[in-house]
Ligand binder design. Structure first.
Ligand code: NAD
Length: 387
């Protein structure tokens, strides 16, 4: 089958195995070029197949020689449908890692379930003994709890209906988008899915099974962003979940003080991922941000961010945090000169001048790359056998 991108709004329903391999390879090469520290870290990554989790997996493997166990929720190919990008990424990563002599295994299933937690514990016991780092990088639309209840996360405001400019992803025009207000249940359900409860359950399960080292570090990812996106992000339903995630980091550190386990939130930069493309208003902000940060030569994608995290902000001897104990990888994004320029472009932008003020091509390039498309050195005319 010749695999072509099938884009529906903010999602692409096909993925290209060779292109996904290229995507992983490029991230490995970037990391290798930065050099490798000696180490024997054993890292569990929950949400390891795309975006920040995949980049973290690559950064710790090729930057520090880590053994990694990944957890993801991805789809295998069928006779008529390609696998999901995260599936192809994981196959490619494991192949590269094993060839290069690194331990890499992955468990495909629902990270919220007890079944997957048990599988992970069994695998750690058999293969690694204990892990010394747990990266929690889930971005999930819903969560099923043990009693069978399903909670859905929503992307709404919590204060008042919010209207602002937005990028219409179907035709690259600037339109107005209105974000409705969430009710109490929607807020609570989003916290249930994207907040810290499951992260804490993971750490509790690992401690109980004695498969996490004393003094282990666990990190989860968050976002703050500029005031411009506060109604939809920081003060929106997702922001409420992120506040809960932050409070959970304090809880975990407190609860496991006697074991020296420390939990951190890393506040990352806005980048194009499957999760972030789905947030209204954010894609327009991101394309403007890309333009500004590229002009200033400080643009970063997931792999640059994750390398900076493990090389500069969270290494064995030094952990750089702000006053609230958070790691700030959004430091370049939030720089005053960057945000001033973004606001200037935001106020000027419209459908006619969009390319003067936003890097829409860069946005789409990252978007297609995520699904393994638009790499120059991949032969997209090749007939691919799906299964
Ligand atoms: P992503 O969509 O690329 O990755 C999500 C990962 O979670 C995938 O590996 C997926 O397989 C996995 N997953 C989803 N549901 C699962 C389930 N039920 N069980 C097991 N695995 C599951 O998203 P991302 O943007 O890399 O987000 C990762 C984290 O980083 C999130 O907490 C997000 O809020 C945060 N973050 C993202 C940005 C951004 O701009 N993208 C910025 C700052 C922080």
């Amino acid at each position: 089958m010749i695999i072509e991108p099938k884009v529906r709004g903010f999602i692409c329903t096909t993925a290209h195995p060779d292109g996904c391999m290229e995507n992983v390879k490029k991230q490995i090469e970037y990391t290798k070029n930065k050099g490798k520290k000696d180490g024997s870290k054993k890292v569990l990554i929950i949400g390891s197949s795309t975006g920040y989790g995949l980049a973290a997996r690559i950064a710790v493997t090729y930057g520090e020689g880590a053994s990694t166990l990944g957890v993801m929720f991805e789809k295998e190919a069928t006779e008529r449908k390609t696998a999901s990008a995260g599936w192809y990424n994981t196959v490619a990563f494991e192949e590269f890692a094993r060839k290069d002599g690194y331990y890499a295994k992955s468990i495909n299933g629902d990270a919220f379930s007890k079944e997957v937690k048990d599988k992970v514990i069994k695998t750690i016991k058999e293969d690694l003994g204990k892990v010394d780092m747990v990266i929690y990088s889930l971005a999930a639309p819903k969560r099923k709890t043990e009693d069978g209840t399903i909670y859905n996360s929503t992307l709404k405001t919590t204060e008042e209906v919010f209207t602002n400019k937005s990028l219409d992803l179907r035709n690259n025009t600037v339109v107005e988008a209105t974000i409705p207000m969430a009710n109490e249940k929607e807020i609570e359900d989003t916290i249930k899915v994207m907040g810290g409860e499951d992260w804490k359950q993971w750490i509790e399960s690992l401690v109980e099974a004695d498969v996490i080292e004393r003094d282990a570090i666990t990190i989860a990812y968050s976002y703050i962003g500029p005031e411009l996106t506060y109604p939809v992000y920081y003060n929106g339903t997702i922001g409420m979940a992120k506040k809960d995630l932050y409070n959970t980091s304090l809880d975990i550190t407190r609860e496991f003080k006697d074991r020296g386990i420390k939990a951190y939130i890393s506040v990352n930069k806005a980048i194009v991922t499957q999760a972030s493309s789905a947030i209204p208003i954010v894609p327009l902000y991101m394309s403007i941000l890309y333009k500004v940060m590229k002009e200033k030569n400080i643009h970063e994608g997931a792999i640059e961010q994750m390398n900076r995290l493990f090389r500069k902000k969270l290494s064995n001897d030094v952990i750089v945090v702000d006053k609230k104990n958070r790691i700030r990888l959004d430091d370049y994004e939030m720089r005053e000169d960057v945000q001033e320029q973004v606001m200037e472009y935001w106020n000027k932008i419209n459908s006619q001048n969009i390319n003067d003020f936003a890097d829409v091509d860069g946005y789409w390039n990252d978007f297609y790359n995520m699904f393994g498309f638009k790499f120059d050195n991949v032969d997209y005319t090749k007939d691919i056998k799906l299964v």
